[in-house]
Design a protein around this ligand. Structure first.
Ligand SMILES: [Mg+2]
Length: 221
């Protein structure tokens, strides 16, 4: 897959994981109230940019803290309404947040990597076409969810930089949502202003899963 496969426009949909993509993931724990929800750097700006470029922006999130009884579904819904408001205040948009309260052990259809949340989103947003959708997440479970639905998969590696590079479930690799948004924006403005093409070489701080060219030995030798 090459970068121009990410030439997305408003006929596309964007699916986002929550923890580790929008907010700081709490290792071995859960965001139980709004005060514990810490935005990752650049996310609100990224959502502002992406909201102007794509169709539906949908969050799909596993929240088994609810199933475990560590937090209530009410608390989760409250956090999500705060989240949506905050994004709106910064001129961005999240159209819906789907969550799975089920336990990992339940292997529920509504829990990633199974596809239930995606199918529900498409039912409620008939404009969604999975082949024109991107799933961006920070786990291979997100990538499998996206792949099963025929989406493009974008792995946001964060501090695990490069670790998953080249994994078969991953189409594209970026460090964070901001870099992804910036790239999509550059691609689109290159289409709108073909006389001033952007550089095709990425800035040093982001990586894209490269096509694995076999090493060609120097013909001279
Ligand atoms: Mg995550």
């Amino acid at each position: 897959m090459i970068l121009s496969d990410l030439m997305i426009d408003t006929s596309w949909s964007l699916f986002l994981d929550r923890d580790g993509v929008l907010n700081k993931r709490i290792v071995d724990g859960y965001v139980k109230r709004w005060e514990e929800f810490i935005w990752l750097p650049g996310v609100l700006d990224a959502l502002k940019i992406l909201s102007g470029l794509v169709g539906p922006v949908i969050v799909v999130s596993n929240q088994q803290g609810v199933g475990k009884g560590i937090m209530t579904e009410d608390a989760l819904v409250k956090i999500h309404s705060m989240l949506i408001n905050e994004v709106k205040k910064q001129d961005g948009r999240i159209d819906a947040i789907y969550y799975s309260p089920h336990l990992a052990t339940s292997r529920a259809f509504m829990r990633k990597p199974d596809v239930g949340m995606g199918l529900r989103a498409r039912k409620e947003f008939p404009g969604i076409q999975f082949r024109k959708s991107v799933m961006a997440g920070d786990s291979l479970s997100d990538m499998l969810f996206g792949r099963r639905l025929g989406m493009k998969t974008v792995f946001l590696s964060g501090t695990m930089h490069d670790l998953r590079k080249g994994h078969k479930l991953i189409d594209f690799n970026f460090p964070d949502l901001w870099t992804f948004a910036e790239t999509i924006q550059s691609l689109q403005s290159a289409v709108r202003h073909p006389q001033s093409p952007i550089s095709t070489s990425p800035p040093h701080h982001f990586t894209i899963s490269p096509p694995s060219y076999p090493h060609t030995p120097n013909a001279k030798s």
